[in-house]
Ligand binder design. Structure first.
Ligand SMILES: Cc1cc2nc3c(=O)[nH]c(=O)nc-3n(C[C@H](O)[C@H](O)[C@H](O)COP(=O)(O)O)c2cc1C
Length: 440
């Protein structure tokens, strides 16, 4: 029986609302200043969060003229955070489509060593057509091929992380023996996409391997998550779809022989918190008033693989036929299904849709008091919709601070959240088993 929920802080721009970067109360730091990330990570650690998470896109977005984002390469950032924090988990996105498994296995093993066992990898296959063009892949690898390649990628990466036994290093200065060669093995992988000899050029990392995180929601994405992921990020605009996703993924994981408590499902939650509901709504409105619908239109086009929405009027109700069929989209398929479903259900105008997406790009947004936020979290947690949340504050650091000061104590009083870190590693915070090494 699950007891306590898990909290991850998703750091994005100066908050998850599209207009957060220009809000007068947003962080004064430049988005290229490492102190911005250090500051947020320290706050989240003081709030006893399980982890922080940085997303990544491998291309410049075409809305750069009017949208401030996170720019720094995330694994590099987490390297810096590994020495300015001591307990919180550090999760970075990295792409299986546009990197070599040997490179990534090394980078995450290094981060795990440097942080004392706090690394996590959000495995993505990169949905952006714009990213494809930066890697000589003008026509973009298809959705199915990206996941097929990711399967083999994981086999190689796991093999590399297991290529040193935990006791391979002797570091015996007196006898002059650094390592035991019988405890280090090549992997000799030869597959359809990768040919990797191994072993990794580094001792086994503290967690055995980083915590594996995944965020694909399509059928193929879910199967991949059920096989490999230990935590799953997901976007829902209503509890019912979150419950359906939760039930489906847990049963898929069980089918694959994995216990349900070894895969945590963390839907996004973007709460605007005020001392009254009216105050929270006023703050949300203030951010919405700063958002530019033309930026939203461009982002929507990106989600649908570059589809042209420029002819659609802002104030006429949309129809599902205004969108390409999600099953034909080679980009982020699940998010396109979510958008078309919303249009079908609510008959929104483009302006209304864009304003919903501006809040947190299709994740659950909510404006209310600390009690209402805690009630909502408790309800999702106890009613089969989540094992915790991917917290996406609309405005940083302000809404993180309010969450930690006002909501965390309520969750603690209800016995739903830790009052101190118990372990050192991210696996300890998440209650995850250590992977078995093939050396036994
Ligand atoms: C919270 C969250 C964070 C994500 N972060 C990234 C990211 O940093 N980079 C990326 O390319 N995709 C990211 N994605 C997208 C997914 O990894 C996935 O590529 C996308 O949902 C398409 O896969 P699907 O078709 O299986 O749903 C994220 C999704 C979610 C829900």
């Amino acid at each position: 029986m699950k007891q306590q929920l898990h909290l991850n802080l998703f750091i994005n721009s100066r908050g998850h609302h599209e207009a957060s970067w220009r809000h007068p109360e947003a962080s004064p730091f430049a988005l290229t200043d490492i102190r911005y990330y250090q500051d947020l990570a320290r706050r989240a650690e003081a709030g006893l969060f399980d982890s922080i998470f940085l997303a990544d896109q491998l291309a410049l977005n075409d809305d750069v003229e009017r949208a401030g984002r996170v720019w720094l390469e995330p694994i590099t950032v987490l390297g810096a955070l590994s020495v300015s924090t001591s307990r919180i988990g550090l999760i970075s996105t990295a792409s299986t489509t546009y990197s070599e498994p040997f490179n990534l296995a090394r980078q995450f093993a290094s981060l795990d060593h440097m942080s004392g066992g706090r690394a996590g990898w959000n495995i993505v296959t990169s949905w952006s057509a714009r990213a494809a063009r930066n890697y000589g892949d003008a026509s973009q690898v298809s959705h199915a091929d990206r996941y097929a390649r990711a399967e083999e990628y994981l086999e190689v990466a796991k093999g590399l992380w297991d290529s040193w036994a935990a006791d391979a290093v002797l570091d015996d200065r007196k006898d002059g023996q650094y390592a035991r060669m019988d405890r280090i093995r090549p992997i000799d992988h030869k597959g359809a996409c990768y040919d990797v000899a191994g072993p990794l050029n580094m001792p086994r990392c503290p967690q055995g391997r980083p915590v594996l995180v995944q965020a694909g929601s399509s059928d193929t994405g879910r199967r991949f998550a059920a096989r490999h992921a230990e935590a799953v990020f997901t976007a829902h605009m209503e509890k019912a779809t979150a419950q359906a996703f939760y039930a489906d993924l847990k049963s898929l994981a069980l089918e694959m022989g994995r216990p349900g408590d070894q895969i945590h499902i963390l839907p996004g939650l973007s709460p605007m918190i005020g001392s009254t509901e009216a105050e929270a709504q006023r703050m949300s409105q203030e951010l919405n008033d700063l958002a530019d619908p033309e930026i939203g239109r461009k982002r929507l086009a990106g989600r649908f693989g570059g589809h042209d929405f420029s002819h659609l009027p802002l104030d006429t109700p949309l129809k599902p036929e205004d969108f390409p069929d999600p099953s034909t989209v080679e980009a982020a398929r699940s998010r396109t299904e979510l958008i078309v479903g919303l249009v079908r259900r609510e008959g929104l105008t483009l302006r209304q849709l864009l304003s919903k997406m501006a809040g947190a790009r299709g994740h659950f947004t909510f404006a209310g008091t600390p009690e209402q936020v805690a009630d909502l979290m408790q309800d999702w947690f106890t009613d089969g919709a989540s094992d915790g949340f991917n917290l996406m504050p609309p405005l940083l650091p302000k809404m993180l601070d309010v969450f930690i000061a006002e909501v965390v104590p309520l969750l603690q009083r209800r016995g739903l959240f830790r009052t101190a870190y118990e372990g050192q590693m991210l696996r300890d915070h998440f209650g995850l088993a250590r992977p078995e090494s093939r050396f036994g």
